[in-house]
Design a protein around this ligand. Structure first.
Ligand SMILES: Nc1ncnc2c1ncn2[C@@H]1O[C@H](COP(=O)(O)OP(=O)(O)OP(=O)(O)O)[C@@H](O)[C@H]1O
Ligand SMILES: [Mg+2]
Length: 243
């Protein structure tokens, strides 16, 4: 569904991603892991259209998106939750979500629409505090609204850049539960996550990044053991020998 081939991308003329190729299939949950500065955020920004592709190609459902502006990408089925949540603080929860709802795309055959009620069921705060201005919410609550907003864009692929960073354990647990429910519902997920245990619990396989490149792909039992096997994590994520 998402296909990235030999992508080179970065900031202005500076390339920080080198020859990155990856794919995500329909309904697949995939993680991207790697040390600080490995290029995870830069990759997500390139997929979202916020960083320019200097070489290579990005396609979704077989359609080329390589040079599409960021605002045109949700129409191809991509919704991304980046580090800044891009909500409108002075608007209420409901207003933020209604805006996304009107921007929601036509569904591909066979997909079920995310209705307003589905979102309220997943995120009780929408029902309980819909009239509250977003700027008055805590970081965790804003994160919930940001995920809800992504869903109302009716994506086929939800991309999240470290959604648990800076949040209290209880909120992290809530967000993970929501992501698990989405995965079980068949939503494809591309999750950037430094916490390997969290990443492995939610996804089927992972790409490991280092210095702007994908250096490994981990799947199956190896990936399931990754979070608990210190030796593996060290070998892949640094702090030890390069694999
Ligand atoms: N705005 C920017 N301008 C220039 N270079 C940048 C910019 N943002 C990031 N970089 C560089 O791009 C490289 C990859 O950074 P990136 O933020 O993608 O890493 P990351 O894997 O997301 O790290 P972290 O785990 O800390 O979030 C780093 O060398 C960084 O210095
Ligand atoms: Mg990052």
């Amino acid at each position: 569904m998402l296909q990235i081939a030999s992508l080179v991308s970065g900031y202005d003329a500076l390339a920080v991603l080198h020859d990155v190729s990856l794919h995500v299939k329909e309904s697949e949950a995939v993680a991207i892991i790697g040390a600080n500065g490995a290029g995870k955020t830069s990759l997500v920004r390139a997929i979202a259209g916020l960083n320019r592709a200097m070489r290579g190609a990005i396609a979704m459902h077989g359609a080329d998106m390589t040079h599409l502006p960021a605002h045109a990408r949700p129409a191809h089925g991509i919704a991304s939750l980046l580090e800044n949540r891009r909500l409108f603080g002075e608007f209420t929860i409901e207003e933020n979500l209604r805006l996304a709802e009107t921007a929601g795309r036509k569904l591909r055959p066979g997909r079920t629409k995310f209705e307003w009620n589905d979102v309220c069921d997943l995120f009780p705060i929408v029902r309980e505090r819909g009239a509250t201005r977003v700027e008055l919410l805590s970081g965790g609550q804003q994160q919930m609204v940001a995920v809800a907003r992504c869903l109302l864009l009716q994506p086929d692929l939800l991309i999240l850049d470290e959604p648990s960073t800076g949040l209290a354990p209880k909120v992290v647990k809530d967000i993970l539960e929501v992501l698990g429910a989405l995965r079980d519902r068949g939503m494809a997920i591309l999750l950037v996550e430094q916490n390997v245990g969290i990443a492995a619990s939610l996804t089927e396989r992972a790409y490991v990044m280092s210095l702007g490149r994908i250096v490994h792909e981990v799947a199956g039992e190896e990936w399931r053991n990754f979070g608990t096997d210190e030796r593996l994590a060290k070998a892949y994520l640094g702090g030890g020998r390069e694999p």
